[in-house]
Structure formats: structure tokens, C-alpha cells
Design a protein around this ligand. Structure first.
Ligand SMILES: *[C@@H]1O[C@H](CO)[C@@H](O)[C@H](O)[C@H]1NC(C)=O
Ligand SMILES: *[C@@H]1O[C@H](CO)[C@@H](O)[C@H](O)[C@H]1NC(C)=O
Ligand SMILES: *[C@@H]1O[C@H](CO)[C@@H](O)[C@H](O)[C@H]1NC(C)=O
Length: 933
């Protein structure tokens, strides 16, 4: 086989020293041979190699005596960060040290109060940063990223994360596809991410080897120079045979993804795993047998060391020297991999996604060698069958069973810039504070085998840390500086000044009952809201009431003091009294027949409105049988069939509504009570939007449909074929040409300004052309056409012009990311820019709403709105914040419910934007109150 090729020329070099010291005679002495046997020329090399086969991976014993990091960039000055509140990762994540941190030679040199004298010793060479009591944590570590391999903006010529060449490919390496120009490095660093494990995709059962990178730019500008402790195997070298090997990493996947790609069933996938592991085990056994002979001096007829470049990585897995990261969702898949690990005796570092892990903790504990960690999304779930039982309570439940929980991004599935947000959500739903911070720092470092140098703030560790503008678990926590290898990463960070309460551990609701139910109902606890039995509901201890008016959202009641807390009385879903206790809490309003809800200082505010995903048209994103489906595209080569009405056909989203999806009900419980949706489409299309209640059970229920037809929707994007200019030509003809068929009817209404035209567009160039088209129409009609842009990643570039043209924007996603070319010119917001896109548009006078991209994310709209307000640093009032999540969206999309008929949300202990739990939804259209226990 490949003995010498494998060991490589560098081994020879490295061994020269050793061999020169260790003469053949001394080898004989060591091994205690009495008689002389003919030695093959590679004997000493082979013996060294054999010895190393059984060494466990990890740092060498003298690792912590290093005085400089191997990643130290020589011109980096020492930095003293003074007066930090340092979360070290020590004591199970509960240790906090108030003090200074000295960074030198790429390492954390000391953590203590630094005296003036010791500072003077450094002369003018040292950079001093005053943290002013800010929180400092280790740099964020992402255990699941495709950064560099699935680059942004995505270009079809560079999708380097999934090979289509087979199910079993342990020989592939994510390193070989790592693009150093991915926009995400800069953005993720701005979120505090310093290290990522770059995994191959999940299209294969064994997708290949993964690599740990640090995200900063290097002098060399190469992928290799970004690697953290690259295993020697990347070039088949072995520096010193007496050192332990470095940890290697590998991706495995089971369930739907690998099955999909190769038309395999789950049965096929597991068989392919077993075949591969059988092969690797055989090679390992041959090697062990060979080495047993060699080490006892039986060289006769021994031949070459058995090895195989294709299989050597998997052989290392069975030697327990590879961190196996396994994408596996359901009990059936977790069970399959636990069996595999025991059959072939290899440990699994972590199960990723693992949406059913919290239901089978005892199964996880049966895995070979160690209980795998579980790497989760916080609330991203239900997008396919295997994710359908995902629970926001999984982190806390798993932690309670003593299983290590880490949060991951799967970047760019989730933008890893906001990985800390995943930890914040896990904390919100009940993961203890210490474990929540550890879930993206120290525990992540443990999972990838790098906890000897990253993930903690300890003397001798890599100088990777983040200074935060708030408590790290407070929503919107943003780095004011990020250090990687002691090098500051943000050139001139914009730091948002936050109220003092943001420096403390955030208060979170109690979800104990919901967490128990998640397990009791195997991930599908009942969510359908039930209407209060009584006509009258009385809300006590109300601190504030925000209501819609015909114009903006207004605060109509507010109590400053405990004693002033007010009362709100509703009848059949409409407020009949609100204000001071004395004026509303009178017997006239309550008989025996009233339900009383104590809001404990909470508030009542408008229900939020979700737009931007197919919410209401589907239950499971990747399952066609659970959804309305896609409309025909009039611009595709086939066009729209005659029987539908030909190319001028117009589809009504209202006809496809599917009520009661879990995502709709979760959104409803989170205070997002209304959905507006357009027909699902894959290209340019013409369809009519609709607005509906997210809590309703079916279309015939009163108040289930709110505005049957809201707006005319089209999409103008860079699909390649047809061109953008063709799409604009079609739009111009629909607006200004002969008005034919159903499309003609609806576009005439658009022209007359009776109904908005909503165009999904991201690029500033397309948006500018749409603005011109609007004015062409207006010149002809002398009426104001209502035009709304959705998506709008680059809309901020035209803020002034859009305001002048009265074009509104629904930003979706609300925190931008350069997914594709047409939305690459984002305004990133703090710390990279002072203004966010939202603030820029609002301050220029554009009516702005924010959208939700996928159906699972609607439930997070309250967080999105609150986050936008936090980032705006006081430049968005509470009322404006509510408006960008409710009234503005309705206005821009043509939803026409009277302002006193729209839903209100009652929250307990605080308001909807400070993370308080929803106690009830007050619905005039559905004539009742829905109370949640
Ligand atoms: C670590 O903290 C968690 C949660 O606070 C606790 O349940 C666990 O027992 C702690 N572990 C140790 C080893 O102290
Ligand atoms: C092999 O890789 C290691 C680690 O990156 C590096 O130090 C060494 O110089 C490389 N050797 C060769 C021959 O390229
Ligand atoms: C509430 O609605 C029910 C059912 O429509 C009706 O019978 C009742 O009179 C209403 N109550 C009030 C106070 O309006």
C-alpha cells in the first residue's frame, strides 16, 4: 500500500534527529532482542509510527508552558484591558472576575489588577483599553459552520460544502474548499465569533473531514494559515513521533439529507456506514497486528505497513482520535448512530440538530465511550419531518439530564454573527445562565477538542475575547471589541450606549410547565388557543396600554408607580374600559361571569403582524404534501396553463390558507397574532395577498380571514432567466399596456391607487427602476400609486429617494445578511456602522416594517422588533417600534382592519418587547379573549 507515501518526506526529516541518536543497536537493546535479524530500512520509522498509533489526541504535556502562541503575529503590541467584568468559563461557568486582562504574544498573559508599576515596565509599547466595567467573555466558538465553503454572497460556481460523488467520503476535507473572501468572516467577527468548526455539508453519510479555523485575516491570506492546530495529516506529515496527534474532525449525517441526495433509504445509509466502518476496522486490525510484530522484532515477511490514504481518516476515527460530528435528528437516526458507535467502538463528539435528542437522553448515554454533546438551534425547527418535534425547551431538558448542550449556527443557515442570540434564546426558555454562556464558548471548545487553548479566559490561553456592550445574554448584546490572537478585530467600532439594566442578568419567564409538556407530548404539545368562557375579561395590575389608532400606535395608559397600576376590561374581545382601578374595576363591569387575569405589572399592546414567509400556506417547509404549493410562473417557458386563465391568471393566497400550523400557533402565543401572506412562488408571478388570524382553526370561523385581498404581489429578482429587464418590461406592460384578463383587472386597481403593489426586490438598482416605473405610472394617471418593496437589503442606499417617492419598505430579514449578490450591499449596523438599515430608512421618512423569512421565525418577531429598537439607541420610540412590527406592515401590505378591531396582546410582568410572556390575546374580530396558562 502506501507506507512511505503516507508517512511522507517530512517524517523522514523529522526523524533524522531521532534516528541519528537511536542506532540500530540501541533499538535492539530497547526491544530486548538477543539475536540479530535483518532489519528493513524503514524499521525505526515504522516503530515510531506504530508507537504513535495508540497515543490519544490532544495537546502535549508541556503545552501550557508556551510563552507565545503559534499564531502570534510578531508586530502585535501587548494590550491591557482594564476594569472588565470577566466571565472566565471557570467553575462550571459561574466564575466572574472583576479585573484587568493582559494580552501578550497572542496569549492571555494574566488576569488580575495590574499595577501602575507593572504597566510602566511596558513603556509606550502597551495599548491600554478601558473596559469601564463591561462584560468580557471568551471569543464565541461555533461548532457547526459552513463559513468559507458555502460562501456569501452565494455564487453557483462556488458551492463547496457538499460533494455529489458518493455517500461515504471520509477522505474529503472542508479545508480544500475554504474561500478566504467570504463576506461572513467580517460579519461573524462583528458578532463576537472568533473560532468555527467548518464542517462539510450533510448531503453525504460521511461528508468528510472538518477543520477548525480562526476567523481573522492572516498575513499569509491563505486558508491553511487560518487553521487552528491543523492535524499533521493534512499533508501526511508527522513532526515529532513522541508528540500526541492533534484532534481531527469529521462530519457524519443520517436521516433525510444523505438519503435524499442518493435516493437512499435510512436502511441504505446505515448499511453504507457499516460497510465503511467495517473496512476501516479491518485496516486498523491489520495495522495493529503488523505493529505487534514489528514492536516485537519479527520483521520477517512483514512487508509494508498496511494503510490506505482514502481510509486513513476513518481508521483514525476507530482509534478514537477524531471528533465525530453527526447531523442526526430523530430517535430512529440517533439510535442508528449509537448502535454504530458501539458496533465499531468509536466515540461521537456531538449530535447536531438532534431535534429529538431531548426525548431520548438515556439513548444518548448508551453511545460508545462518552455521551455525545448535543448541538442545537434555539427555535429554528419544523422545517422537515425530522425537525418537526424540535422544541425550544430542548437545551434546558438535555442539560437537566447532564448532557452537554452547545448552540450552533450551521452558517449560513443561521447567520453566525448572531450565534450568541441562540444562547440568549436557550436561556430565555430555561437553560441556566452559566450553561447558556458556556454553550457558545467553553462547552463549544470542549466539543471540538480545543478547550486547552480557547473557550476560557485563563492565563496561557489564546487571547481570543470579546468586550460586550451589555450582559451577554441580554437581547442585542454587541461586541464593542473582539480580539483574536490578541489582535483587535474592529477598526472603529460603534458602541451603543445601553440602559444600566442591560448590564444585569436578564429576567426571563418561567416555562417549567411548557417544558414538561414538550416531553409529555413527545414534542407536539397542544397549542390551539381556547377562548375564555366568559364574555368579560378583567386584566388587573396593568402598567401600560398601547393601542392602534387610525394613525400610529399610541400609549393610552401608563402607570409610573406600583399603586397606580391600572385595569382593562374587555367584553367579547373589545376593550370597554381601561385606566385607573377606581374607574374600571367597578361592579358594573364584572359579575360572577368575568375571568380575571393578573398581569403583574404587565402591559397591553398591539398584536404583531408576520409577513415574508409562507406562514398560513404550509405546515412543513420541505414537505409538499403539507402545503399549498407553488404558483405557475407566467414567465417560465411553459407559462400558465389555459385552464387556469393563461398568463394573465391571478392566484388568491386566501384560497390556499391552511390554519393551525404549529408555527402559526407558536407565533400567536408569542404575540404575533396576524399573518399576511402572498402565494408561494419561485420566480416572477402575480398573486394576491391575504391577511388572517394566526390563532384561528379554519377559514369559516369568524375573524379567521381579516382582509381577503390585501395587495398585488410580484417579485423582481436576479433569476438569470428571464432577465431583470424582462421582468420590468412585463411589469410596465401590466401597468401601462392593455389591461387583459384578471391581471388587467388587478393592475388597474394598482394604477388607480386602490390597492398596493408589493414587489419583492433586494437590489438597489432594481428598487431604483421600480421607483422610476412608479412615477411613469403616476404621470399617466395623475394618481398616487402605492408601492411597497419587500426584502429591501439594499433599500437603505435609496432612503431619501424612497421617502420622496412615498415607497415603503418591509425589511426582510430585519438584520441583513449578504446571502446573494443582489443583497450584498447591506448596512450592517453596530458595531460596524452606527446606523442600521431600519433607522436609516425611518429617519429619512420611509414607512418601514420588518419581515420574517421562514415560517418558524415569526414567533421571534417580538425579539426582532425589540432588537431593532435597542440598536437604534433611543432613535425609535416604543410606539415606533410597535408600529414597525404591526401597523406599518398592515398599511404597506394593504390589510384593512379598523384600528379598533385589531388584536391586542396582554403580557405578564412587562411588555411584549422586553421578553415578557404573553398571558392573553384580546381579539375583537374573533370576539373573545384567548388566555394562556
Ligand atoms: C453546572 O451548572 C449546572 C446548571 O447551573 C448544574 O445543574 C450542574 O450541576 C453544574 N455542574 C457541576 C459539575 O457543578
Ligand atoms: C504540513 O503542514 C504543517 C501544518 O500546517 C506545516 O507546519 C508543514 O510545514 C507542512 N509540511 C509540508 C511539507 O508542507
Ligand atoms: C357576547 O357575545 C355573545 C355571543 O355572540 C352574546 O350572546 C353576548 O350578548 C355578547 N356579550 C356582550 C356583553 O356583548
Amino acid at each position: 500500500m502506501h507506507q512511505l507515501r503516507l508517512l511522507g518526506s517530512l517524517v523522514l526529516l523529522a526523524l533524522l534527529l531521532l534516528v541519528s541518536r537511536l542506532s540500530e543497536a540501541s533499538i535492539y537493546n530497547i526491544l530486548g532482542f538477543s539475536s540479530k535479524v535483518e532489519l528493513p530500512p524503514h524499521a525505526s520509522l515504522t516503530i515510531a509510527h506504530c508507537r504513535q498509533l495508540n497515543m490519544q489526541a490532544g495537546p502535549p504535556d508541556d503545552f501550557w508552558s508556551r510563552s507565545a502562541s503559534d499564531r502570534f503575529e510578531p508586530e502585535t503590541k501587548p494590550i491591557l484591558i482594564q476594569d472588565g467584568k470577566i466571565w472566565t468559563g471557570g467553575k462550571n461557568g459561574t466564575e466572574i472576575i472583576y479585573g484587568d486582562v493582559l494580552l501578550e504574544k497572542g496569549l492571555i498573559k494574566s488576569i488580575s489588577r495590574f499595577s501602575v508599576e507593572s504597566l510602566q515596565a511596558y513603556g509606550s509599547d502597551i495599548v491600554v483599553i478601558d473596559a469601564k466595567g463591561s462584560w468580557i467573555t471568551p471569543g464565541i466558538v461555533d461548532v457547526h459552520s459552513h463559513l468559507g465553503d458555502a460562501s456569501s454572497p452565494a455564487l453557483s460556481g462556488a458551492e463547496d460544502d457538499n460533494s455529489g460523488k458518493g455517500t461515504i467520503q471520509p477522505w474529503l476535507r472542508s479545508l480544500d474548499g475554504l474561500n478566504t473572501h467570504d463576506e461572513s468572516y467580517r460579519l461573524s467577527i462583528a458578532g463576537g465569533v472568533t473560532t468555527s468548526l467548518v464542517l462539510p455539508g450533510s448531503g453525504n453519510a460521511i461528508g468528510g473531514q472538518a477543520f477548525v479555523i480562526k476567523l481573522r485575516e492572516t498575513k499569509e491570506r491563505s486558508p491553511s494559515s487560518m487553521l487552528l492546530e491543523p492535524p499533521y495529516h493534512i499533508n501526511s506529515s508527522l513532526p515529532d513521533p513522541n508528540l500526541p496527534p492533534r484532534w481531527r474532525h469529521m462530519k457524519h449525517a443520517c436521516g433525510e439529507n444523505p438519503s435524499d441526495e442518493y435516493k437512499d433509504t435510512r436502511m441504505d445509509t446505515i448499511w453504507e456506514f457499516r460497510q465503511a466502518y467495517n473496512k476501516a476496522t479491518q485496516i486498523k486490525e491489520q495495522q495493529d497486528e503488523y505493529c505487534a510484530q514489528a514492536l516485537s522484532g519479527n520483521w520477517e515477511g512483514l512487508g509494508e505497513f498496511p494503510d490506505d490514504l482514502q481510509w486513513e481518516a476513518l481508521v483514525d476515527v476507530v482509534r478514537g482520535r477524531v471528533k465525530v460530528n453527526t447531523h442526526c435528528y430523530e430517535a430512529v437516526d440517533l439510535d442508528g448512530l449509537v448502535r454504530l458507535s458501539n458496533e465499531f467502538k468509536f466515540p461521537i463528539a456531538a449530535f447536531h440538530h438532534a431535534s429529538e435528542a431531548y426525548l431520548v437522553p438515556d439513548l444518548l448515554k448508551k453511545a460508545y465511550g462518552q455521551t455525545p454533546a448535543v448541538a442545537l438551534f434555539a427555535t429554528n425547527g419544523r422545517y422537515k419531518r425530522e425537525a418537526y418535534r424540535a422544541s425550544e425547551f430542548a437545551p434546558r431538558i438535555l442539560a437537566k439530564h447532564g448532557i452537554t448542550v452547545v448552540m450552533k449556527s450551521d452558517h449560513p443557515v443561521l447567520n453566525s454573527r448572531y450565534l450568541l442570540y441562540e444562547a440568549q434564546q436557550a436561556y430565555f426558555y430555561g437553560l441556566p445562565e452559566n450553561l447558556a454562556i458556556a454553550s457558545v464558548t467553553s462547552n463549544s471548545a470542549v466539543v471540538i477538542g480545543m478547550d486547552h487553548r480557547i473557550g476560557y479566559i485563563k492565563e496561557g490561553y489564546d487571547a481570543d475575547l470579546v468586550i460586550w456592550d451589555s450582559h451577554p445574554l441580554a437581547l442585542g448584546a454587541t461586541p464593542s471589541q473582539v480580539f483574536i490572537d490578541g489582535i483587535p478585530q474592529l477598526d472603529s467600532p460603534y458602541v451603543v450606549h445601553k440602559p444600566n439594566n442591560f448590564q444585569h442578568t436578564p429576567k426571563v419567564p418561567n416555562f417549567d410547565k411548557q417544558a414538561d409538556e414538550a416531553v409529555e407530548y413527545e414534542g407536539l404539545p397542544p397549542l390551539t388557543p381556547t377562548k375564555a368562557r366568559h364574555d368579560t375579561t378583567i386584566f388587573l395590575n396593568v402598567k401600560a396600554v398601547f393601542k392602534r389608532t387610525t394613525g400610529p400606535v399610541r400609549q393610552i395608559f401608563s402607570a409610573q408607580e406600583e399603586a397606580e397600576l391600572g385595569v382593562v376590561v374587555t367584553r367579547n374581545g373589545s376593550i370597554v374600559c381601561s385606566g385607573e382601578r377606581v374607574s374600571c374595576y367597578t361592579p358594573a363591569f364584572f359579575g360572577a361571569d368575568a375571568q380575571v387575569v393578573d398581569l403583574e405589572g404587565g402591559s397591553i399592546s398591539p398584536g404583531l403582524v408576520s409577513f415574508g414567509s409562507p406562514l398560513g400556506l404550509q405546515h412543513i417547509d420541505l414537505e409538499p404534501s403539507t402545503q399549498d404549493g407553488y404558483v405557475f410562473d407566467p414567465l417560465s417557458s411553459k407559462g400558465i396553463p389555459e385552464i387556469v386563465g393563461g398568463d394573465y391568471a391571478v392566484v388568491h393566497a386566501v384560497d390556499g390558507l391552511e390554519y393551525g400550523s404549529r408555527d402559526a400557533l407558536l407565533a400567536f402565543r408569542a404575540g404575533v397574532t396576524t399573518g399576511i401572506t402572498a402565494p408561494s412562488h419561485k420566480g416572477f408571478f402575480v398573486g394576491l395577498g391575504t391577511s388572517f388570524s394566526l390563532g384561528a382553526t379554519h377559514r369559516l370561523e369568524p375573524g379567521a380571514v381579516l382582509t381577503e385581498t390585501t395587495a398585488v404581489h410580484v417579485s423582481v429578482r436576479h433569476f438569470g432567466m428571464p432577465s431583470v429587464s424582462t421582468q420590468i418590461a412585463v411589469l410596465r406592460r401590466l401597468l401601462l399596456g392593455p389591461q387583459e384578463g384578471a391581471a388587467g383587472y388587478w393592475f388597474n386597481k394598482v394604477k388607480e391607487g386602490e390597492i398596493p403593489l408589493v414587489v419583492e426586490a433586494h437590489s438597489a438598482d432594481i428598487i431604483a427602476t421600480l421607483a422610476i416605473l412608479k412615477s411613469e405610472v403616476e404621470v399617466e394617471t395623475r394618481k398616487t400609486m402605492k408601492l411597497t418593496i419587500t426584502g429591501g437589503a439594499e433599500a437603505h442606499l435609496l432612503a431619501k429617494e424612497l421617502a420622496e417617492a412615498h415607497i415603503g419598505v418591509i425589511l426582510s430579514p430585519s438584520r441583513p445578511f449578504p446571502y446573494v449578490w443582489e443583497d450584498r450591499r447591506i448596512l450592517p449596523g453596530p458595531p460596524l456602522s452606527r446606523d442600521s438599515a431600519i433607522v436609516t430608512l425611518v429617519e429619512n421618512g420611509v414607512v418601514v416594517g420588518i419581515g420574517c423569512e421562514e415560517i418558524w421565525s415569526s414567533r421571534n418577531l417580538p425579539f426582532d422588533v425589540a432588537w431593532a429598537a435597542i440598536e437604534a439607541e433611543g432613535r425609535l420610540s416604543r410606539e415606533q417600534a410597535f408600529a414597525i412590527g404591526s401597523t406599518n406592515i398592515e398599511k404597506l401590505l394593504g390589510s384593512k382592519v379598523d384600528s379598533d378591531k385589531t388584536d391586542l396582546v396582554a403580557t405578564r410582568g412587562g411588555d411584549l418587547l422586553d421578553g415578557s410572556r404573553v398571558a392573553a390575546v384580546i381579539s375583537p374580530m374573533r370576539q373573545g379573549v384567548f388566555v394562556f396558562s
